[in-house]
Design a protein around this ligand. Structure first.
Ligand code: FES
Length: 575
């Protein structure tokens, strides 16, 4: 990129440069903080947007990392300013961080817009922080680079390797089935969170970090560096240095985020066997660019993209293994014929340049093209009379014997009812039943929580059952697995067909055919619709009011309807 290095062209010059009363005020207040002219004059102001919080366990290393980013900014002649933004910690935030993804996106957008910021380092990692920060930066269209938190180290318990999330579900089932004592359960609790960093399975955090890198939003090799190793500190410094250059180059998201780079993100999420949540987030990210990413595009790419990363929950290994096997760049280098490698990245070079020379070290973890985990269709779109606007299933993490299945519905009206009834010994259920949860979508829950991996009833666990067909308008954690049909749209809370299903109705899924069918006559559906109770009212106040009035359905990305599309985005008046 050409670097004019003309300080008069910096965005921050409008705040600090003019010889007028307002700029006098801006400069004098920097001086009140101990800065002198030499600290900021003619230097790009680089914001470190930090999602550190003591309530976000995955970002506990971000205080140190922010200092390392700061070091990089200073090395390259920038003026670093650390700005805290809302943290969305997946573990402790209720009912779900997804309720607040759009709030963080709005905060990032407005923080970037209203301050004298020439470029930004976006420090995120835990699940929704990634899409939220990218969405906000795209809408503000200020030069921005994403700095991922990195995954935790691999966990060990006795002689077992533990993966966060996935092994919690697995061993909880064993505990319910009577196969795990209290002491062992406590032992797993003590070991499974090994270090700072995000879940070390291919959950939503690692999926979105890979997607961000493949779309060109972070430095090459950034996505998979474990959170607490020295390379991660060096990444932070390098990211800070690069952010200064991006300010001089005025390299904005609109310069490198295109329809083609979004496709790269989608193909990457499929090839890593990534979280189903990536689909919703990518639709929302594309929406901020004014790109209408339909589920049909996802379906097309799903039919042609192989699954190459053998990572839990759909595979055998963990993120540290992926890193040691060559990392994302090496996997992308194995699929250059599928990717749009001419896309520009935050490095100022193309994706082809980013992945050039990347080598796979371990073909078991990153498979060859002629020995993939799955030829294609790792995650599939299903359509049918129960999901007119689509639903998804991560088929690569499901029991292959259940991918074509017909069985009677066992319906739970909402999450509390499911929690109360699922383990009832008198529940009329067997391994052929189709478990259904409704009122769990964007509006129903509200917030579209990760309730889609419904528990297997205890009496079936005791009988040895470990997977069943489960259907819902919820999402599921990227660390979850099983034959779970998710994101049914429209959701039950807006009157989607799921609202009308009754116990005993026959439901059929056929993943090879990409269909879902509810075997009930049109006349019966009409009769039930006429008797349906009124829809849930919109909450009267606060953020939930705004959310309920404006959130879109799963197939549209669950962004707020008023945030889609490119904004002319006038700079704020500073007079
Ligand atoms: Fe933060 Fe899994 S809980 S990434």
């Amino acid at each position: 990129m050409t670097q004019s290095r003309d300080p008069l062209k910096l965005r921050s010059h409008r705040w600090f440069g003019p010889d007028d009363m307002r700029s006098f005020g801006h400069r004098s207040r920097l001086k009140a903080m101990g800065f002198d002219d030499i600290d900021y004059k003619d230097r790009p102001v680089v914001a470190i947007l930090n999602t550190w919080s003591e309530l976000n366990t995955c970002h506990s290393h971000f205080r140190n990392r922010a200092d390392e980013v700061r070091r990089g900014i200073l090395q390259s002649g920038g003026f670093p300013v650390e700005v805290p933004v809302m943290s969305l910690g997946e573990m402790l935030m209720k009912p779900t961080t997804m309720l607040y993804r759009n709030l963080l996106a709005m905060e990032v957008e407005e923080v970037l817009r209203c301050h004298p910021i020439d470029s930004a380092v976006l420090m995120g990692g835990c699940d929704k922080t990634v899409p939220a920060m990218l969405m906000g930066a795209i809408s503000a269209n200020v030069p921005s680079i994403f700095m991922p938190a990195g995954p935790m180290l691999t966990a060990r318990w006795k002689d077992v390797t533990l993966g966060s999330g996935s092994d919690v579900w697995k061993y909880w089932d064993e505990r319910l089935a009577g196969n795990l004592c209290d002491q062992d359960w406590k032992g797993i609790e003590n070991c499974i969170g090994r270090s700072a960093g995000t879940c070390m399975t291919m959950g939503t955090a690692s999926t979105m970090a890979c997607v961000a890198e493949a779309m060109g939003f972070s430095l090459p090799g950034a996505a998979n560096i474990p959170a607490v190793v020295a390379e991660h500190s060096r990444l932070a410094v390098k990211t800070g240095r690069r952010a200064v250059e991006m300010a001089w180059e005025d390299l904005k998201p609109s310069d490198f985020m295109t329809k083609e780079s979004i496709d790269n993100g989608l193909m990457t999420s499929l090839a890593i066997g990534g979280s189903t949540n990536a689909i919703v987030h990518l639709i929302a990210i594309a929406g901020r660019l004014g790109i209408n990413l339909s589920l049909d595009r996802f379906d097309q790419l799903s039919r042609t993209t192989p699954v190459l990363a053998d990572i839990r929950p759909s595979g055998r290994y963990l993120m540290e293994d992926f890193f040691n096997a060559g990392s994302l760049s090496a996997m992308l280098a194995r699929m250059t014929d599928l990717l749009n490698v001419d896309c520009l990245t935050v490095s100022g070079t193309t994706l082809a340049d980013q992945i050039k020379g990347a080598e796979v070290i371990d073909n078991e973890v990153i498979r060859t093209r002629d020995n993939p985990v799955a030829e294609a269709g790792g995650t599939c779109l299903l359509r049918g009379n129960l999901a007119p606007n689509g639903c998804v299933i991560k088929s690569v993490a499901a029991d292959p014997d259940l991918l074509q299945h017909r069985g009677p519905a066992v319906v739970f009206d909402n999450y509390p009812a499911m929690k109360e009834g699922i383990h009832d010994p008198d529940l009329d259920v067997d391994e052929n039943s189709v478990l259904i949860l409704r009122s769990a979508g964007p509006l129903g829950a509200p917030g579209f929580p990760e309730w889609g991996m419904l528990p297997i009833p205890k009496k079936l666990l005791e009988a040895g059952v470990r997977d069943m067909v489960r259907l819902s308008d919820a999402r599921m954690s990227g660390t979850s697995y099983g034959t779970c049909v998710l994101h049914i749209a429209p959701e039950s809370a807006v009157g989607g067909p799921l609202a009308l299903v009754q116990n005993g109705d026959e439901i059929e899924i056929n993943v090879p055919e990409r269909t879902i069918h509810w075997h009930v006559s049109e006349e019966e559906i009409t009769r039930r619709r006429a008797a349906m109770p009124p829809l849930k009212p919109v909450p009267e106040r606060g953020y939930e009011h705004l959310y309920a009035k404006h959130v879109t359905q799963a197939d549209l990305g669950c962004d707020f309807d008023f945030l889609a599309g490119r904004t002319p985005n006038a700079e704020p008046s500073i007079h």
